[in-house]
Design a protein around this ligand. Sequence first.
Ligand code: DQA
Length: 155
Amino acid sequence: MARVLVLHGPNLNLLGEREEEIYGRMTLDELNRELKEQGKAAGIEVETYQSNHEGDLIDQIHASRGRFDVLIINPGALTHYSFALCDAIRAVRLPVVEVHLSNIYSREPWRRRSVVAPAAWGQVCGFGHLSYKLALSAASNLINRKAESNDRYLP
Ligand code: DQA
């Protein structure tokens, strides 16, 4: 069975109570449950992990080598300054989909740059919880196309 890892970065554990007008009312547990259900329906096992620590997320990315087909990550504020996260993503060579609940390009100037984006295959942002679901659909698509093309990922 195909496997997708969903990583949530700093402060996303407070989803549902944190700046609800921006990030919505759904809790992280509810979101994770929905993603697992969506994955199941598509024949994908979805594992989720949240951490407030950069090094922890990097360890998870390293450990995903050979265990997952696609990585979905919302790096939270690390998006805007963590070159270490960018390097970790490049190092594992897994297809990565970057996700944001909010449209980072319509917010404060410091949020308008993602240093992770150059290492990602693509980015979904601005659709609230739907951003994650769209990212999982993209992951599912990549996995199916890989299966159809002699085990090579095609963008
Ligand atoms: C976020 C956007 C980031 O700028 C912010 O620091 C977050 C959440 C989003 O999902 O919209 O923590 O990644």
